[in-house]
Ligand binder design. Structure first.
Ligand code: ARG
Length: 263
């Protein structure tokens, strides 16, 4: 208890110092006070992610960097909080938001019907879609050629859902579910699977980072990324939407996207 109090005090002192720096807007300290009840741990915005999804979140040494990491930092700063990342399997993120293990899910996560049963989503911050990665000499030229093929996906993603749902008519011989995209492309490189279906921008990075792979131009889906928040935390959802709106209005969000997405 004592330890927690002194940590909280240091946090308050640090916020005070930021306030004295002169660059922070006048209402930031008010925000900081109001936000103490927004999150699971006072002073912190704990974001759950799966950091194998370049350019949205990936490891550089022991640090999680990328678009979502910068968005987490920016939102936290606006709320007078300190962002703290929890790296986990992608399919653990929504349950972790639900049970309060993390405050938000920020993971290039698509707004999706099933997830909406369990969490709320913020306003959207990126448009995305599923893309196909194959080996250069594969002969697979479009989604029509995926019929009868073994397709790799990241477990629990919208790519997984799209390929696995027979209603979409992909006609895969089977679907191999991997812990992350890099594991899937590794399997593709060693001919254990025929194609990988994964989000468009991460697909570009996976191809850049490996020899002998190509991303097809076709997009299979049209998706919106947003931040997942617990159903019972309307206040945090609102605060996040306000912060996002500010970042859209002042160009901050676009600057982050431009930094990581090559045109
Ligand atoms: N957009 C897809 C989805 O929501 C994939 C997200 C994967 N994210 C990650 N950090 N691995 O299902």
């Amino acid at each position: 208890m004592k330890k927690f109090l002194s940590i909280a005090l240091i946090g308050v002192m640090m916020l005070g110092m930021v306030g004295c720096g002169g660059s922070a807007p006048a209402d930031e300290n008010a925000d900081a006070e109001a936000s103490s009840s927004l999150t699971i741990t006072e002073g912190k915005l704990i974001w759950g992610t799966n950091a194998a999804f370049e350019p949205y979140e990936y490891m550089e040494g022991d640090k999680v960097i990328g678009i979502d990491a910068e968005i987490a930092d920016a939102i936290a700063a606006k709320l007078g909080l300190e962002a703290q990342v929890e790296n986990m399997d992608f399919d653990a993120i929504v349950p972790s938001v639900q049970t309060g293990k993390v405050d938000i899910g920020l993971a290039g996560m698509t707004i999706d019907e099933k997830r909406l049963n369990n969490v709320n989503f913020s306003d959207t911050y990126v448009e995305a879609g599923q893309a196909i990665i194959v080996k250069k000499d594969s002969g697979i030229k479009s989604s029509a050629d995926l019929a009868g093929k073994v397709i790799g996906v990241q477990r629990g993603t919208t790519g997984d859902e799209y390929v696995s749902d027979e209603a979409n008519g992909v006609g895969a011989a089977s679907v191999e579910r991997f812990a992350n995209g890099p594991d899937a492309t590794q399997s593709l490189l060693t001919d254990k699977i025929d194609a990988v279906v994964i989000d468009n921008e991460p697909a570009k990075k996976l191809v850049e980072n490996a020899e002998g792979l190509v991303k097809l131009d076709e997009n299979l889906t049209s998706e919106q990324y947003a931040i997942a928040v617990a159903k019972d935390n309307e206040a945090l959802l609102e605060a996040i939407n306000d912060a996002l709106q500010e970042m859209k209005d002042n160009g901050e969000l676009q600057a982050i996207l431009d930094k990581y997405l090559n045109a």
